[in-house]
Design a protein around this ligand. Structure first.
Ligand code: BG6
Length: 508
């Protein structure tokens, strides 16, 4: 793909400068981009927030966070000094014109010094209620004009249901061109997620098998060890369906299920994703209770550490019915996928972190061996390990024809020595370069809401019906295994690499 020309200067503004996202993700990502030579030669990062803090003290705070959270570890002293000299703190209320006047002056000064207009990025690292306030102010102050080099970056949640998402989208599209709006979903910046595109569409060997003739079912599972922690207030009104399924898991679903796009280009890829989302069979209320499992963690232990029940977490209602776990079976009404179920699962406080996509192939139709044959499986592990494995049958070495399943593996850590860029690095660079390939288009977001709305509505109507409980540190409620039962005994788990047993089939 031809990338748009690297912008020669960039004025970056982060609203929500004092928030966790800025210190843990955005600044470390910008720093790594700078350290690796990917930022434009001239750049400025204007960080806006309500809190009063001296600029140098703010930079020092960012350094402490960078040292703790950056994938590259402690920042290099000289590089950090040079990088952080481009960070400017602006104390201001998002609701006051004064804030934007100050910002405008600073951006203009910066651009005049560069003797060029360059690009402008406005990152909304703020609570949803500020989006419209900041959006209006940016337009009124003519900070973000219709120039396609002026871009806004919006974080999820993109609404809390289809209506609110439409309202937000209508609001944004009245003020900004679609080409200027970057809806960020950090899963689309993950290295392995980006590699699935390459794997599917650059290797002709797999694409002919990618359909109902060869595939029995597909599992997309994002298991998290972490609890809701300090985010109880937000989480209790969101739940796993809105927090993970509507966005991250449906994004993974799109990449696995979409047809080959016309070309590797933002609009073609997003068209292909919207097409497959539209083909998902809508669930009825009955269908929700048959095909979707919701669960909530109770107290337990994760890696020897005690974990309180969800209902005991801070800012969570003591009788909360909010789900911290969801497993769902989706069907796609298309020629390619007729009858192939897609199982999506996510949960907090599970036994261990493991995000894995499993393509379960069908059994071989013609059996010539006496042994039971384990059908082929293609495993794509997104995190914590990054790898692609193919499970296939092989002859046990020896004098007789005895078979055993073995795995052919491509592991990132064995093939690449450098530390991999964080999702935010890839995505922020894309925004600077005007490449929307890994961002969601408005119609895609609305289509994803259409898929989850029947679930939201059914659960709203019957708030406690079939709510399952699972102990923290387990793999979720048994009902999620029962959902899979006609297709597989249990959800596929990738053994952590230090626990992998060598093939124990006895040599004959
Ligand atoms: C966020 C969710 O979008 O993604 C969190 O709000 C979740 O609840 C997180 O923990 C998971 O992201 P990752 O990159 O840690 O898998």
């Amino acid at each position: 793909m031809i990338k748009p020309k690297k912008s020669e200067s960039a004025a970056i503004t982060i609203f929500g400068a004092k928030g966790d996202l800025t210190s843990r993700k955005l600044i470390p990502a910008f720093y790594n981009l700078y350290a690796d030579g990917h930022l434009p030669t001239a750049f400025a990062i204007f960080c806006v927030d309500f809190v009063t803090i001296d600029e140098q003290a703010y930079r020092d705070e960012l350094l402490t966070a960078d040292n703790q959270f950056s994938r590259s570890g402690k920042a290099d002293k000289d590089k950090w000094a040079a990088f952080s000299a481009n960070i400017f703190y602006i104390q201001g209320d998002f609701q006051q014109a004064k804030t934007y006047n100050t910002l405008k002056e600073k951006i203009k000064d910066f651009e005049q010094k560069q003797k060029q207009k360059g690009s402008r990025m406005f990152y909304f690292a703020v609570a949803p209620r500020f989006i419209e306030i900041i959006g209006d102010a940016l337009c009124q102050a003519k900070l973000c004009t219709s120039d396609t080099q002026h871009r806004i970056v919006v974080e999820k949640p993109f609404g809390t249901d289809l209506d609110s998402a439409k309202k937000l989208n209508r609001y944004l599209s009245k003020r900004f061109e679609e080409k200027q709006i970057y809806h960020i979903d950090h899963y689309l910046g993950k290295e392995m997620v980006q590699n699935i595109m390459a794997f599917r569409f650059a290797n002709h060997v797999f694409e002919p098998l990618w359909n109902k003739n060869y595939i029995d079912h597909i599992q997309i599972s994002v298991a998290e060890e972490v609890s809701v922690g300090k985010r109880g207030g937000y989480y209790d009104s969101s739940g796993a369906l809105r927090d993970m399924i509507q966005n991250h898991l449906l994004q993974l679903f799109c990449i696995i299920a979409m047809d080959c796009p016309k070309q590797y280009e933002a609009e073609a890829i997003r068209d292909a994703k919207v097409k497959v989302l539209k083909q998902v069979r809508p669930l009825t209320t009955d269908g929700v209770f048959k095909n979707v499992v919701r669960g909530q963690y109770t107290e337990g232990e994760i890696h020897g550490e005690k974990q309180v029940a969800y209902r005991q977490e801070g800012q969570v209602a003591p009788d909360s019915p909010t789900e911290t776990f969801v497993a769902a079976k989706l069907l796609i009404d298309s020629e390619r996928w007729k009858g192939v179920p897609f199982f999506l699962r996510t949960g907090k406080c599970m036994a261990r972190q493991s995000s894995v996509i499993t393509i379960q192939f069908k059994e071989s139709p013609h059996k010539i061996f006496k042994d039971d044959i384990v059908p082929n499986k293609l495993i794509m592990s997104i995190q914590p390990e990054l790898e692609i494995g193919l499970l296939f049958e092989s002859k046990v070495p020896g004098l007789h024809m005895k078979l055993t399943p073995v795995e052919m593996d491509f592991m990132y850590k064995d093939n690449y020595s450098q530390s991999l860029p964080e999702a935010y690095e890839a995505l922020l660079l894309d925004v600077l370069e005007g490449d929307a390939t890994s961002f969601m288009r408005t119609d895609q977001i609305e289509q994803a809401w259409k898929i989850v709305m029947p679930i939201i509505n059914a659960w709203k109507k019957f708030p406690r019906k079939q709510l399952q409980f699972y102990p923290a540190g387990s793999w979720g409620p048994a009902a999620a295994d029962r959902l899979l039962k006609p297709y597989a005994k249990e959800w596929f788990k990738l053994a952590p690499r230090n626990e992998v047993a060598h093939n124990t089939a006895a040599i004959e």
